[in-house]
Each structure stands twice: as structure tokens, then as C-alpha cells.
Write a protein that binds this ligand. Structure first.
Ligand code: GLA
Length: 379
């Protein structure tokens, strides 16, 4: 069952009435531009047809949430400081962040959350959860905030309530997705250029089945290294540095800061090249650029894992593979592959089979994904 239908049905079973509104928010796959968004760089995500749906009605309070995956959340009141623990902190934290920004949000809700988006796999389930509640309250309280503003507030929620000092890519992708298109985003200006995905290409999420927890992963540490590197270079952010700036600042090419900065500066270039290659349908180049991105994330930025490397190897050798790399924060999770549309079936079978040989303890899951519209209320 689709998450929307499941959420509607569970809501009716649980609360004995029809929900007043249902919101949905997609996950995202980043095609390229990894670990660049907190250095004001470029990213290239796609909102995908795996969603979180929230069915909700106003209540006199407190807010009561139920997730088909995680169960009941701690009840909370939207007018008060939100709970610090449990999955409900994403919803409560979103309400708190919106109120703190001056939006007159006041409606407590009864809600049911359902999802077909894998959790902790690098496809932004937390951004989707935040945006599903953001658009819901925006609708219920007629707040009139636009999608970009909600995305920025969701990023703030992630910082304060999940403790992850993320960039803005996930929330923007989830809020601003467009069917059939990927989004080239300048994370400094927040300008979005939509690029049509050619019909000959399918996007395949290659989930390794190894889970990660960004709160405990060294994500925040990578961000601190990038800030330290930009300070050493005397620039506002690594977005403003070139490879020759790096060579002039570090003589030791093995040093951690040099390698972190080298990844970000070179990844920004790759992201721009990728936009050109995609627009001109130069498939060979897409593959080469993705391979260079994965290698840079593996060796310079050190966010890959044995499972992710094994998935890249398995996919690369399979039928119809145009390009493959890890996607999202890394440290486990998933890869993204671009695959010739007429070869998707053998690609999936061959990649899964080969991956199972190298990583017999992991349970891979390959999903063919379509680009979809961003978070919204559907009724
Ligand atoms: C996570 C963060 C994003 C981004 C990616 C890596 O998904 O939430 O802001 O930094 O990692 O590109």
C-alpha cells in the first residue's frame, strides 16, 4: 500500500474519523556534489518517489503522533518546549522552530505517519519527516511560508533537535523537487537550476543494507575540518578556494585538512561538469565524473565504507551501468547508480548477486527511483 493510503487508513482505524489533511514529503538521492553544501558549494539532488506521509487532524491537545515504523511518540504541546528524545522530536522540533521564527503556529494535532522511504540509508528520511510536518502546519494554520523558507527552518530543526550540523541540500531537495528533473543547487545563493533527466537514464538506489546514525557518525567533525581549512586559506568558505590556493597553503598533500579541502574544491568542479554533461547527454563523461567523486570521498574525505566500496564495484561491472558512487553522508547507507533504461533489470540482478558474494552479511536492496515533486499537502 502507498504511504498516503496507509496513513489515511491507520488514521481512521486509530481515531475513528477521516483526517483533515494529508501531507507527503519525498526522500532524495544526491547525484553528485557530496559534502559540499556546508561549504557554500554546489549539489545535484533528485527528489524521489519514496515518501513519508502524515495524516492529521486538529485536536484540543496535546499533540499525539503514531508512526507505523516507530510507534507512539511522547505527547507534546506545540506552544511549549519540545521533547528532546524519540522520533517525535522531529515533528515537535519543527513546530518549535517555526514558532520561534515568528510563524503563528498554534494547532495541536493527532497524526499518523507512514513511509516507504528507507531510514538511515542516505536518502534523507529525517528531512522528509521535518518537511512533511512543516507543510502540514503551514496548511493547517494558513502560515503562508514558501517552500524555501520551510526548507531553511527544517535545516535549523535538524541542527537543534537532531544534533546534526547538516547543510541545506536535503531539505531543499525535499521541498523543491520537480517531477522528471534533478536540481542543480547553489547552496550559497539557494538558486536552483532544474535539469531534465533524459528518458534513456534510470536512477537506481543501491542500498547496502548497512545502517548509519549521523548523530554518532563523524559528520559534524567533517564539517569542522572544512571550516578549519577555509580559515587556513583565509576564505569565507571552501566554495571560494581553488586547487592552486590549496597547493599554496599546504605543502604536505597527506595532511587531513588538505585532503578534506581537496575533496570539496574538486567536487564543486565535478558538480558543474556533471550539469553540462547531463544537459548534453554525454553519458561516458557522467560515469567518469561519478567515479572520480566516489574516489575522492573514499580517499580524501574518508566517508566511504567497505560495503559502499563493494557496491560501487558490483554496480560498475553490471549491465548498463553508466556511473555509480556513494550518495548522502556516507559511513554506510547507499550508492546511486545511473543505468541505461533498457538494462535496468539485468543491472539490478547482477549487482545484487555480485554484492552478496563480497558482502555475505549484508542484505542489499536496489530500488529504481523516479524524480518527483517536492513536499506538499494533498487534501
Ligand atoms: C547529509 C546532510 C547534507 C549533506 C550530505 C552530504 O545528507 O544532511 O546536508 O551534507 O550529508 O553531501
Amino acid at each position: 500500500m502507498q504511504p498516503i493510503d496507509e496513513a489515511r487508513k491507520l488514521f481512521e482505524d486509530r481515531f475513528g474519523s477521516c483526517p483533515e489533511a494529508i501531507s507527503i514529503a519525498p526522500g532524495r538521492i544526491n547525484l553528485i556534489g557530496e559534502h559540499t553544501d556546508y561549504s557554500d558549494g554546489f549539489v545535484f539532488p533528485v527528489a524521489i518517489d519514496r515518501h513519508i506521509a502524515v495524516a492529521a487532524s486538529a485536536t484540543d491537545g496535546p499533540s499525539e503522533l503514531f508512526s507505523s515504523e516507530f510507534g507512539e511518540s511522547t505527547p507534546f504541546d506545540v506552544g511549549q518546549e519540545s521533547p528532546k528524545e524519540g522520533w517525535g522530536r522531529y515533528a515537535a522540533g519543527m513546530a518549535w522552530t517555526m514558532r520561534r521564527a515568528g510563524l503563528p503556529l498554534s494547532t495541536n494535532i493527532q497524526a499518523v505517519v507512514c513511509s516507504d522511504l528507507p531510514t538511515a540509508s542516505g536518502v534523507s528520511s529525517s528531512a522528509a519527516l521535518e518537511l512533511a510536518f512543516a507543510v502540514l502546519w503551514n496548511h493547517l494554520d494558513s502560515l503562508g511560508a514558501d517552500a524555501k523558507r520551510l526548507a531553511l527552518l527544517a535545516q535549523e530543526c535538524e541542527h537543534v533537535h537532531a544534533g546534526v550540523q547538516c547543510g541545506v541540500m536535503d531539505q531543499l531537495a525535499c521541498a523543491l523537487g520537480r517531477a522528471g528533473h534533478a536540481m542543480f543547487i547553489d547552496t550559497r545563493t539557494l538558486d536552483v537550476t532544474y535539469a531534465k533527466i533524459p528518458a534513456a537514464i534510470e536512477i537506481v538506489l543501491c542500498d547496502t543494507g548497512s545502517r548509519r546514525d549521523l548523530g554518532s557518525a563523524p559528520y559534524n567533525e567533517r564539517r569542522e575540518s572544512c571550516t578549519a581549512a577555509s580559515q587556513a586559506l583565509g576564505v569565507k568558505a571552501l566554495r571560494d578556494a581553488s586547487l592552486s590556493d590549496l597547493n599554496g597553503t599546504w605543502t604536505d598533500r597527506g595532511s587531513v585538512l588538505y585532503r578534506r579541502a581537496h575533496h570539496v574544491v574538486s567536487e564543486n568542479e565535478r558538480c558543474k561538469q556533471f550539469l553540462d554533461a547531463l544537459s548534453e547527454n554525454r553519458l561516458d563523461q557522467l560515469g567518469a565524473i561519478m567515479a572520480a567523486s566516489h574516489e575522492s570521498l573514499r580517499s580524501d574525505f574518508e566517508v566511504s565504507s567497505d560495503g559502499l566500496n563493494a557496491m560501487v564495484e558490483a554496480a560498475r561491472r553490471s549491465a548498463g551501468c553508466i556511473g555509480v558512487r556513494l550518495t548522502g553522508a556516507g559511513f554506510g547507507g547507499a550508492c546511486v547508480a545511473l543505468v541505461q533504461a533498457n538494462q535496468v533489470k539485468p543491472f539490478v540482478t547482477q549487482t545484487e548477486d555480485e554484492f552478496r558474494v563480497t558482502e555475505p552479511n549484508l542484505n542489499p536492496n536496489l530500488l529504481v527511483c523516479q524524480a518527483v515533486d517536492g513536499a506538499r499537502v494533498i487534501g
